[in-house]
Design a protein around this ligand. Structure first.
Ligand code: NAP
Length: 238
C-alpha cells in the first residue's frame, strides 16, 4: 500500500518561504505543496530555486521563485511586487533563512560578521513582517512562522544565539500586538537537523514538515506568541 496523501489543509493558501534553496526551507516548501499551498520561494541561489520550482510544479502546485537577499529592504519589496503579479496575496510567511558562524568566543567576533548574522537572522524577518503585516491585517488572515533555535545562550555561538533569542522576542511582541487581527505569529525550533548549516545533524529536514504545516494551518483561535519544538522519538513535548 502507498503512503496516504497528506490532507490538503493549506489548499487555496499562498506561502512565502525564505531560505527555500536548501535544508529545512526546501523540505518545508515541498511539504506545504503536498498540503495544497502555492509557494513564493526566496533565497540567493537561483539554480536551487529552479530545481525546487520544478519539483513543486510536478506536484500540481504553483511556485514563484525570487532570487533575493532577505537582509535588503528593496529586495524584499521586489519579492512582494513580483508575487503580486502572480498571486492574489500571501497568507503564510515562513522566516526560515538563517546563517551561523564557526564557533568562536563572542568577544572575538569580527564586527562585520556580527552585523551580517543579525541582518539575515533578525532584520530579514522584521523586514518581511513589516511589509506583509499591513496586507495580512487588511485580509484578516495571516500565519507567520519564525525559525528559532534552542541556541539562545550557547557558548561560542554568541551572535547566532542573540539573533534567535531576539527573533523569539520579536515573535512574542508581534503576537501580542496583532491579537484580534486574524494573524498568528509563532516560533518553530526545529531541533538538530542535518543541513548545510548543521551537516552532523541526526534528523532529516523532512522531520520539521508536520509541525510547519500545523503552524501554517492553525485555526483562528490557535496559539500565538509561542515557540514549538519539533518532537523527537522518545522525547516528551508539552
Ligand atoms: N539545522 C539545524 O539543526 C537548525 C537548528 C535550529 C535552527 N535552525 C534554523 O533553521 C533555519 C534553516 O536552517 P537550515 O538548517 O535549513 O540551514 P541551511 O541548509 O544552511 O539553509 C539556510 C537557507 O537560508 C538561505 N539564506 C542564507 N542567507 C540568506 C540571505 N541573506 N537571503 C536569503 N536567503 C538566505 C540559504 O540559501 P542561499 O544560500 O541560496 O541564499 C539557505 O537556503 C535557519 O534559520 C536556522 O537558524 C536550524
Amino acid at each position: 500500500m502507498g503512503r496516504a496523501k497528506p490532507r490538503q489543509v493549506l489548499k487555496g493558501r499562498v506561502a512565502l518561504i525564505t531560505g527555500a534553496s536548501s535544508g529545512i526551507g526546501w523540505a518545508m516548501a515541498l511539504g506545504f505543496a503536498d498540503a495544497g499551498a502555492d509557494l513564493v520561494l526566496v533565497a540567493r541561489r537561483a539554480h536551487r530555486l529552479v530545481q525546487l520550482t520544478h519539483a513543486i510544479e510536478a506536484k500540481g502546485r504553483r511556485a514563484l521563485l525570487v532570487v533575493a537577499d532577505v537582509a535588503i529592504e528593496r529586495a524584499m519589496k521586489r519579492v512582494l511586487q513580483q508575487a503580486d503579479l502572480v498571486f492574489p496575496g500571501i497568507d503564510i510567511l515562513v522566516n526560515n533563512a538563517g546563517i551561523c558562524l564557526p564557533e568562536q568566543p563572542t568577544h572575538k567576533t569580527p564586527l562585520p560578521d556580527w552585523e551580517r548574522v543579525l541582518a539575515v537572522n533578525l532584520r530579514g524577518p522584521f523586514l518581511l513582517s513589516r511589509l506583509l503585516v499591513p496586507r495580512m491585517v487588511a485580509a484578516g488572515y495571516g500565519r507567520i512562522i519564525n525559525l528559532t533555535s534552542s541556541y539562545k545562550a550557547e557558548p561560542l555561538h554568541g551572535v547566532y544565539s542573540v539573533s534567535k533569542a531576539a527573533l523569539f522576542a520579536l515573535t512574542r511582541v508581534m503576537a501580542q500586538e496583532l491579537r484580534g487581527t486574524g494573524i498568528l505569529v509563532n516560533a518553530l525550533d526545529p531541533g538538530w537537523i542535518c543541513s548545510e548549516m548543521a551537516p552532523d545533524g541526526p534528523n532529516p529536514p523532512e522531520r520539521v514538515v508536520p509541525l510547519g504545516v500545523r503552524l501554517a494551518s492553525l485555526p483562528a483561535r490557535g496559539p500565538s506568541g509561542r515557540e514549538f519544538v519539533v518532537p523527537f522519538k522518545g522525547a516528551i513535548h508539552g
